[in-house]
Design a protein around this ligand. Structure first.
Ligand code: NAG
Ligand code: NAG
Ligand code: NAG
Ligand code: NAG
Length: 339
């Protein structure tokens, strides 16, 4: 029975260590990923990141970011996820009201009247609001004062200003102190394989300071966190093999003990088979070690094996050397036959 308890104890200790090692919760999430605290689902927006084509080796790397039609705004939007846009904004004359060092970190922008306006710097921390994932970009270009028409909503005023207001360039308007453009993107899961990787729609901008978008993508669907899967496929196979062996040993022991009434090592399943295999390997080891010893010139083992013939070997080692000698002789004959 000891053997049975020993096997069970071994099995339990092995399985507890493997399970303890597997799910390691990382305190700081990977960039651009988030785990919903309510449902536990995991989101990874990294597939939406378009890498900088200057750093990508591939010949036909994509050289433009995601874009969205602005419709009545009069301009279109360009943006990237989990990093700055791939367009070189210094080629367009730089970004209004943003430090030169941060131009490469602009994650969303639009162009109007020959000027580039950032609507947010890069951000790698999505937020979960209920069941919804939201991404926001902050610290864009300074916000302009609202247009008078939208601000007052007065019929009389509208008629007066409508003429100038039409092609009014944002750069002519005074800035709101301390406010910068912000983008809020509502991420929607879309598993349709026929759809493009991302469909980005501009929703509205009530004050030309905050811009709302809707993004549909399979990257916004809850998935499996890859990084916590510490076991590789071969590791999983190894664990399965180990469990199978343990089940074989434990189950075989129980069967031998209860049904065949075996005791001691004979409880092991297929004891005679394993004993035979073990004996076979033992022979191989004996052959290997003694024939190796033969090739070492000044080893005592060699002289003793040979010396046995001359009657030098005696006592305890006599019988061992004799059998080893016989094995080596057989081996030698085999080799002689071959060459
Ligand atoms: C997005 O950008 C690409 C490349 O500049 C352009 O071909 C495409 O028409 C643009 N789409 C929109 C909606 O602006
Ligand atoms: C915005 O994109 C649409 C469709 O891609 C295009 O027809 C339009 O000319 C673009 N507008 C600007 C200002 O680039
Ligand atoms: C700006 O982008 C670079 C890489 O392009 C990155 O190393 C750096 O941390 C970013 N800076 C900020 C403030 O996000
Ligand atoms: C924008 O995202 C940051 C985290 O990336 C979050 O702390 C902040 O509350 C968000 N702001 C808005 C207005 O959603």
């Amino acid at each position: 029975m000891n053997l049975l308890y020993w096997s069970l104890g071994f099995f339990l200790s092995i399985s507890s260590t493997t399970y303890a090692a597997a799910p390691k919760e990382t305190a700081t999430p990977e960039p651009c990923t988030i785990r919903s605290p309510h449902t536990g689902s995991f989101f990874d927006l990294n597939p939406l990141h378009i890498p900088d084509p200057r750093t990508v080796k591939s010949k036909n790397a994509r050289d433009y970011s995601w874009n969205a039609t602005g419709w009545d705004m009069g301009y279109n939007f360009t943006m990237n996820f989990c990093g700055g846009v791939v367009e070189r904004l210094e080629d367009f004359g730089g970004v209004e009201g943003v430090d030169k060092d941060l131009w490469r970190n602009v994650s969303a922008y639009y162009r109007q009247g020959g000027k580039v306006y950032s609507i947010g710097q890069q951000n790698t921390s999505p937020v979960i609001r209920g069941r919804k994932m939201v991404m926001n970009y902050t610290n864009g270009s300074p916000c302009p004062e609202p247009r008078k028409r939208a601000y007052l909503g007065d019929e009389l005023d509208t008629r007066e200003i409508v003429g100038d207001d039409k092609d009014d360039d944002e750069s002519d308007r005074p800035k709101v102190p301390g406010r910068t453009k912000t983008t809020i993107i509502s991420m929607l899961c879309d598993r349709d394989p026929l759809m493009p990787q991302l469909t980005l729609s501009f929703i509205a901008s009530p004050d030309e300071c905050t811009y709302f978008f809707e993004a549909r993508s399979s990257a916004a669907c809850a998935g499996i966190q890859q990084s916590t899967q510490t076991l590789s496929p071969s590791g999983v196979f190894g664990v399965i093999m180990m469990i199978a062996i343990i089940v074989y040993v434990v189950g075989g022991c129980v069967y031998s003990r209860m049904v065949l009434n075996q005791r001691g090592w004979r409880q092991l399943p297929n004891y005679s088979l394993w004993a035979g295999i073990f004996g076979f390997f033992k022979d191989i080891v004996i052959i290997a070690t003694s024939s190796c010893a033969r090739f070492m010139p000044s080893r005592r083992g060699y002289s003793r094996v040979n010396g046995d013939i001359g009657g030098m070997g005696s006592g305890r080692s006599g019988r061992d050397s004799e059998s080893a000698n016989r094995l080596i002789d057989e081996l030698n004959e085999d080799w002689d036959d071959e060459f």
